[in-house]
Design a protein around this ligand. Structure first.
Ligand code: SAM
Ligand code: SF4
Length: 326
């Protein structure tokens, strides 16, 4: 079992299969061209799988494939099959922008994928285009419907930004509610790769907007979910992810493997240990895993206090989300 120095049990591994992406979301990736890590420096699926087997034998119960955009890497369904056939009880999920989902949903389901979180920040074509730099809202909506149709459990993730999509909270909420899928609103986490004028809407502001139309109560046992969950008066459950709140870290149960093999103890900080040199030895991989778990800090530095102030260097992480996988 993996327990860190703050007595948190680690049973969730996020695996990024690529840094590359077909979108340029303003809160995640710079628009101007920049250099990707060369393909030959990425871990192969076989190398990732070797680490995953070690992680599972030490207590990992949930795995989420992420990126960059994971669906741009070839043969993702084969990788999912490898994991699913080895450990069918693993809670196996994927986070995607949904653009390539319509054509891939069926084979991902057949490969054993159980859950998909799809990022959707706007239902308005112009805003979607502005935020992602890609005019493909209708394709993403088709991808969402296809994933639901083939029977994968779908959630929607929406990052909420002041003056950009704050006016769409209720329409996003109702879009998800009509399809009986959970939506999680995410507070924007400042980072150096993002466009620097963005400001998050706080969880309280999000709840205030929802409360203009729906009453709701906190769901008490939402421990181990990154989101705080709420249930409205019609029984619909939605979530808010609050990295600026202490409970985000106190219940954090996850570590992350980057596409080039960095095992990352915390989303915020620069620390990591690369697993490549340990890949041929189960014992060595186990040592890296335990070391990274022991290195997990108590908290990130996205704090509510900082959020009240104008952006200071203090609360901007240098970590790219397209590298850590979010
Ligand atoms: N490309 C896929 C996608 O967008 O769903 C997977 C990778 S993306 C890095 C994973 C998640 O991180 C997405 O839900 C995205 O909205 C979120 N994310 C990226 N940058 C963020 C930021 N600065 N603050 C909050 N969430 C962010
Ligand atoms: Fe790509 Fe996802 Fe980052 Fe958007 S959030 S740029 S879709 S990796």
């Amino acid at each position: 079992m993996l327990i860190d120095n703050y007595n948190r049990k680690i049973d969730y591994l996020r695996v990024s299969v690529t840094q590359r992406c077909n979108f340029r979301c303003q809160y995640c990736m710079p628009e101007k061209p920049f250099e990707w890590i060369p393909k030959e420096d990425l871990l192969s699926y076989e190398q990732m799988f070797k680490f995953i087997k070690v992680a599972i034998s030490n207590g990992i119960k949930k795995i989420r494939i992420t990126g960059g955009e994971p669906l741009v890497r070839d043969d993702l369904d084969k990788f999912i099959s490898m994991i699913n056939e080895y450990a069918p009880s693993i809670d196996l999920g994927l986070t995607t922008n949904g653009y390539l989902l319509k054509s891939q949903a069926k084979k991902l389901k057949e490969a054993g994928l159980k859950r998909i979180n799809i990022s959707l920040d706007s239902l308005e074509r112009e805003t979607f285009w502005y935020l992602t730099k890609k005019d493909v809202l209708s394709k993403v909506l088709e991808g969402i419907d296809e994933a639901i149709k083939v029977g994968i459990k779908v959630k929607i993730n929406s990052v909420v930004l002041k003056k950009i999509n704050e006016n769409e909270i209720l329409s996003l909420y109702e879009f998800a509610k009509q399809r009986d899928i959970q939506i999680r609103f995410i507070e924007y986490m400042e980072n150096e790769m993002a466009y620097n004028q963005l400001k998050t809407l706080t969880s309280q502001e999000i709840l205030n907007i929802i409360s203009t139309k729906y009453s709701f109560e906190t769901v008490e046992n939402s421990v181990n979910s990154a989101a705080k969950l709420y249930e409205d008066n019609q029984g619909y459950v939605f979530g808010i992810i609050e990295p600026y709140d202490d409970s985000f870290c106190s219940t954090c149960n996850r570590i992350r493997l980057s596409a080039e093999g960095d095992l990352i103890p915390c989303l915020y900080y620069e620390d990591s240990i690369n697993i490549k040199e340990s890949i041929s030895s189960k014992k060595d991989l186990e040592n890296v895993l335990f070391k990274v778990v022991q290195n997990r800090p108590e908290k990130n530095k996205w704090t509510k206090n900082n959020l009240q102030l104008e952006s200071s260097k203090e609360n901007i992480s240098s970590r790219a989300f397209y590298y850590t996988g979010g």
